[in-house]
Design a protein around this ligand. Structure first.
Ligand code: ZN
Length: 146
């Protein structure tokens, strides 16, 4: 019986890990899809134009550095503003444009993103310094103090 139990617990652990990875992978996919929709409409290049692909990589790096990790709330709900003002403004514009279109083009991603939006942000994790990049994250931590 213990063998079965062990097998089950391994299985459960596996499922949890895959689920977490899936969430982050989905988030990256959503961002790419949204930037893609915006770019093909506004810049008309095959694939992403230089600026947009730079922005998409920037978003990827922000996700890598997100202190919430897989517990990440949707960016709209997140109390940490980790984007620099420039890419942030651009991403806002992209979300405004692509948000409604996502439901038609990528309904699954759109619905999952809407569900994520409804989750309350988890409490701030203890500060893990995961900064491997040379960029300074613009976390407004001081403003968060109650
Ligand atoms: Zn573009």
């Amino acid at each position: 019986m213990t063998g079965v139990n062990a097998a089950v617990s391994v299985l459960i652990k596996d499922v949890k890990v895959t689920k977490e990875h899936r969430r982050l992978r989905r988030e990256r996919k959503t961002v790419r899809a949204m930037v893609g929709l915006y770019c093909s409409h506004h810049h008309g290049t095959q694939g992403l134009c230089g600026d947009c692909s730079e922005l998409a990589s920037y978003a990827d790096r922000r996700l890598d550095l997100c202190p919430y990790g897989s517990d990440k709330p949707s960016c709209a709900k997140c109390p940490i503003h980790c984007y620099r003002p420039d890419p942030r403004e651009k991403m806002r514009e992209i979300m405004r444009f692509s948000g409604p279109r996502m439901l038609i083009r990528h309904p699954w991603l759109a619905i999952m993103h809407l569900l994520d939006d409804r989750r309350a942000p988890p409490p701030l994790p203890s500060v893990k310094t995961r900064q491997t990049s040379d960029e300074t994250p613009d976390t407004d931590r001081d403003k968060l103090a109650p």
